[in-house]
Design a protein around this ligand. Structure first.
Ligand SMILES: [Zn+2]
Length: 314
């Protein structure tokens, strides 16, 4: 499995130096396309470093920061910079201007990969403008991590024909096309766990699952947050209830846990018990947990007022 770096060109929308704008903003769409490239490369089992930089003091400062991130990722096979093109000639002529790739030198593996990316995006319906040599672009120079460097100008953000077509195609398809061009293979949707930078993700048919519970055949439950990372080693609030996950990303249930010197009880469904008594498994004692779920030992009792308070079997 290989390593790749991918970044969206320019600062994030709302900051200075956020790139071109036309019918859409480069800094918005390039991030959506970048995320899709990352997703598909990871889904194919590769390691991806996202080297996007959201803000900086100057355009060249942002490029310097991006290159620092890229160069710290040694042994990368390729470094991919995602952009949208702009021409300032935004006439509606019924012609899609389309995709091109910029490279420092149009030779060898760089040329092969860049041509594949152009072809794949072209196959979606964008005109393939081909691979162009650009020795003036800072992001294509001074990269020392061993990878080939390709800047993808996906389409023209200031061409109405391009933009209308992009609205139909959507960033996901362009991201998949770029990933397939990089890898020189069609990406099959994958299902399973994927580890990236010590975080775990779960993919279902090529898509990372988000904001959802999953369980394995042994009945271990895990939770994928809004950004797709599985909750690991700690508490997570989900739908107004608190859950605790171990270092394997498994939800804990039906047990007491000690956390920062306090004890909490996790119910059968994993949610933290609050405002109730927990009946001891082996003793004739009922333990009270308060609104925050914390065991209050001073309120241990053998005769709880069950007409007034809830009791759980520990
Ligand atoms: Zn750009």
């Amino acid at each position: 499995m290989a390593t790749y770096t991918v970044h969206a060109g320019h600062a994030k929308d709302g900051n200075s130096y956020s790139g071109a704008a036309g019918y859409c903003k480069e800094s918005v769409e390039d991030r959506l396309i970048k995320d899709a490239v990352v997703k598909y490369l990871r889904a194919a089992g590769h390691t991806v470093q996202d080297c996007t930089v959201d803000q900086g003091q100057s355009q060249s400062g942002i490029i310097t920061e991006i290159k620092k991130k890229i160069n710290s990722c040694t042994g990368a096979t390729a470094n991919i910079s995602i952009h949208l093109n702009a021409s300032r000639k935004a006439s509606v002529d019924g012609k899609i201007k389309g995709v091109e790739c910029e490279v420092y030198s149009n030779t060898g593996q760089t040329s092969e990969m860049a041509n594949r990316i152009c072809k794949k995006i072209g196959a979606l319906g964008f005109t393939n403008r081909g691979v162009k040599e650009r020795t003036d672009l800072g992001v294509l120079k001074g990269i020392t991590n061993g990878g080939v460097n390709i800047l993808v100008e996906c389409f023209f953000c200031d061409d109405e024909d391009d933009y209308k077509f992009y609205q139909k195609i959507r960033p996901n398809a362009i991201g998949q096309a770029i990933a397939e061009g990089i890898l020189n293979q069609n990406i099959k949707p994958q299902t399973g766990w994927i580890e990236q930078s010590e975080k775990w993700y779960f993919y279902y048919e090529g898509q990372p699952m988000t904001s959802s519970w999953i369980h394995d055949a042994r009945g271990n439950w895990s939770y994928l947050t809004a950004d797709g990372t599985a909750v690991m080693s700690g508490w997570q609030e989900i739908d107004c209830k608190w859950y605790y996950f171990d270092s394997n990303c498994y939800m804990q249930a039906s047990e007491w846990i000690e956390y920062k010197g306090k004890w909490y009880y996790l119910q059968d469904d994993g949610s933290m018990a609050t405002d109730c008594y927990i009946k001891s498994k082996d003793k004739d004692i009922y333990y009270w947990v308060n609104t925050d779920g914390v065991w209050m030992p001073e309120w241990n009792t053998s005769k709880p007022n069950t007409s007034k308070y809830r009791v759980l079997r520990g």
